[in-house]
Design a protein around this ligand. Structure first.
Ligand code: MG
Length: 432
């Protein structure tokens, strides 16, 4: 039974993710553990799912500590004092979705093996309920935001002047921390959508350019130095520069990495060659797509920075969880040396084209195999996640979609992206 996707258990409330499932996840996660910490984003279904998981954990004898509504990275940071962290969130998904993500004490999400253990326990109902007098206790801990803020302040230099920063929390969990942290850093903070609201009526919780028009306009209208946008649980962070322009994820990745003073970074296979070209001399390892795979690969390679262009930035000095709050503070530290618009304009620009081709799931493996054989004639092939080919003039990635019956093609080139894309498109279509 497959419950976990690339970002934990996630789906429609009371259809895909039910209190019964949450109870079972709690019972399974409670096996061989004694203490857990649990938190949620502001989603409407949060309390229902959170309480069901807590019941399951207590049934297995686990003492449960509640943090309330806090961001995922705040929960992941708090997990260092417990056997397990549980976050009830559907991240950037629409309001009707809910999800569960499990965390290790070092702030890394459960890896594939740990996820399979939970799935195995649930499918075989192999729980370990305790005697009545060993049932877990519950505690409330109110200082997790302050702990996280302190850890961040200990790891950054305060800005040289009082930057004006517009923070768009998207009515998510970031509302309880990011504006307060930036004020403590001496910034003049203007907030947008900074009241937690599980209906997400203000904007779609995904921090994409099309969803943060108000932030871009506010940065421009108020002459701010920077705009920050979070997703629903604030593990993600994206930025708007001092000209009011949304900064793309690949550009953000290159800027963070350039300032990290490291010779090793990890990025997923769909990352732009902007990163390679902006960081000569840095060893760039490409991982599967998904922040947990980036984190896993960072541990393996000893990289001190990793990230995904979707807005997930991982700094192990805080934890192995993408931390949109630390990333916001870090970006302010970076603009101390140069304006964000100058950093963005200093990066190379390439042509990118993306599209999906419908393909039945049953045919997918066969189509990918045929496509790989043809693509290997174009250049060096890597099969970490889908098929990535270095073509000399750029790269292409052909990958089955995780959510739809489609094969996705991405092409990035120094010039002539349309021709490159059509060559690959034809290869995939022929294989179908
Ligand atoms: Mg998220």
């Amino acid at each position: 039974m497959k419950l976990f996707g690339s970002s934990g258990i996630r789906g429609l409330t009371n259809v895909d993710v039910t209190p019964e499932l949450a109870l079972n996840v709690g019972k399974a996660a409670g096996k061989k553990r004694t203490c857990a910490v649990i938190a949620r984003d502001p989603r409407v279904a949060g309390p229902m799912i959170e309480q069901a998981i807590a019941s399951g954990l207590m049934c297995s004898g686990v003492d449960v500590t509640w943090l309330g509504i806090v961001p995922t990275p705040t929960l992941a940071y708090a997990a260092r004092d417990f056997d397990i962290g549980v976050m009830v969130t559907a991240s950037h998904n629409p309001a009707q979705d809910i999800g569960i993500k499990l965390w290790n004490p070092d702030g890394m999400a459960f890896d594939s093996k740990q996820q399979e253990e939970i799935e195995q326990t649930i499918s075989s109902s192999d729980y370990a309920p305790v005697e009545w007098n060993d049932i877990g206790t519950t505690h409330i801990y109110e200082n997790s935001v302050e702990d996280h803020i302190t850890a961040i302040l200990d790891n950054i230099d305060l800005p040289k002047r009082d930057y004006k920063v517009v923070v768009d929390c998207g009515s998510g969990a970031g509302s309880v921390i990011t504006p307060w942290l930036l004020r403590r850093m001496g910034c003049r903070v203007l907030t947008l959508n900074a009241q937690p609201d599980g209906h997400f009526t203000a904007r779609n919780p995904e921090p994409k350019e099309k969803n943060v028009g108000l932030l871009m306009k506010t940065v421009k209208d108020t002459g701010a130095d920077l705009g920050i946008a979070h997703d629903g649980d604030a593990d993600r962070m994206m930025a708007v520069d001092d000209k009011g322009r949304f900064v793309g994820g690949d550009q953000m990745l290159a800027i963070f990495a350039a300032y990290e003073d490291t010779d090793k970074i990890v990025v997923p296979v769909d990352t732009s060659m902007v990163v390679d070209d902006a960081l000569p001399g840095t060893k760039i390892t490409r991982s599967r797509v998904g922040d947990v795979y980036v984190a896993e690969c960072m541990k393996k390679t000893g990289a001190s920075f990793g990230g995904e262009p979707s807005g997930s930035w991982i700094f192990p000095k805080i934890s192995f969880c993408p931390d949109g709050i630390y990333a916001a503070a870090r970006l302010i530290e970076i603009i101390n040396s140069r304006k964000l618009c100058e950093l963005v304009d200093g990066l190379p620009k390439y042509q990118t084209k993306r599209a999906g081709i419908a393909c039945e799931r049953i045919k997918m493996a066969d189509v990918m195999e045929k496509t790989a054989a043809q693509l290997s004639l174009l250049g060096d092939v890597s099969m970490i996640d889908g098929i990535r080919v270095e073509t000399g003039n750029g790269w292409v990635l052909v990958r089955p979609s995780g959510t739809e019956p489609k094969i996705r093609i991405t092409a990035e080139t120094r010039s002539g992206v349309d021709e490159q894309f059509s060559i690959v498109e034809r290869i995939v279509e022929d294989a179908i």
